[in-house]
Design a protein around this ligand. Sequence first.
Ligand code: GTP
Length: 416
Amino acid sequence: VHDDEDLQKEDNIRCLTTLGHFGFDCLPRQLVNKSVQQGFFFNILCVGETGIGKSTLIDTLFNTNLKDKKSSHFYPNVGLKIQTYELQESNIQLNLTVVKTVGYGDQINKEASYQPIVDYIDAQFESYLQEELKIKRSFVDYHDSRIHVCLYFISPTGHSLKSLDLLTMKNIDSKVNIIPLIAKADTISKNDLQKFKCKIMSELISNGIQIYQFPTDDEATTHVNTSMNGLLPFAVVGSIDEVKVGKRMVRGRQYPWGVLQVENENHCDFVKLRDVLLCTNMEDLKEQTHTWHYERYRCSKLQKMGFTDVGPDNQPVSFQEIYEAKRQDFLNQCQRAEEELKQKFMQRVKEKETAFKEAEKELQDKFEHLKRVQQEETMKLQEERRQLEEEIIDFYKMKTASGTLQTQECTSIRKD
Ligand code: GTP
């Protein structure tokens, strides 16, 4: 470089600085353009009791009015409602999927309330895994429905977490990024709210529940994310109404004593939640979902199927070796099952044969017996017939004899 500069000075050559980019420093722009063209997708799971404010918060977050009719409190089981929306902000397309619990916390026995949630999260991982395992994979048009974040709505009791909250969070914390929220935070006083937040965090820690930690390893977001981690759980208020404050219309809730402004950071943590969720950490949430939660699912699934990276001797085992061994195992199993079936079949055939023979013998005996009885009957009848015939002959003989006697008597009377 020095030599070139010296040469240029010597030759008095005019240097031009380049305008715009060229070479591989354009790569980030190519990525951005491609991503913008493809559009983005984000999947949110809202877990919370019926009427706790799930839909209102989602509407407030995305500036929409997606709420449909209210859910009933009388469902026998917990269900999930899945809604997908195409949103656009300037030239950015967002395919948003919101999965909401229905009937959560309404049953008398709440022990299994978390199960449908766990099943749903696992089902999305399973469908992604199945796509990955296909020979012809098609991730371009694949709708990735894995849940990127779970907004867990805690009731604003000001007291402590419910056992249902602990049970559910414990069962999903290894499957999804949980961000705990204190719902309808406008119903708690400032002092109580602070104590409530501390209580919730200490209960989560003592129960070993892992919630999502905003990443602090990126210089650009370290500062904001560290302070946000200290503010969890966020105390949020949602509203789709616009109220007048001074000369401005703001999203808020009007009360007899004043207005709660949703986007006022002194009133609640809504803006903080929106910033960390949508502006700062959306990509990290997706990455964590793929690299941690999905990876954990995939790993345990493949292990259950018998795949492993190292053998019993701690030596690496290739996928092909395991596949061959599994295949051989399977073939042996099939052969064993086939033989077992054959033997069972032969046994049953023998049993049936014996049963048929016994039945045949029984029938034969019956037939012989009937034949004997019939022969005896015939003989008896023949005997009776013979006797009758003899009687008839005797009768005729007697009749003839009596006729002769009568004739002789008549002749003797006439002579006299
Ligand atoms: P379901 O889908 O029926 O389970 O209800 P949800 O959890 O989606 O609750 P929704 O958003 O429908 O809100 C229920 C009621 O709570 C509505 O009357 C809302 O206006 C009210 N609400 C929602 N958010 C807040 C809040 O932050 N504070 C207060 N005070 N009320 C709220």
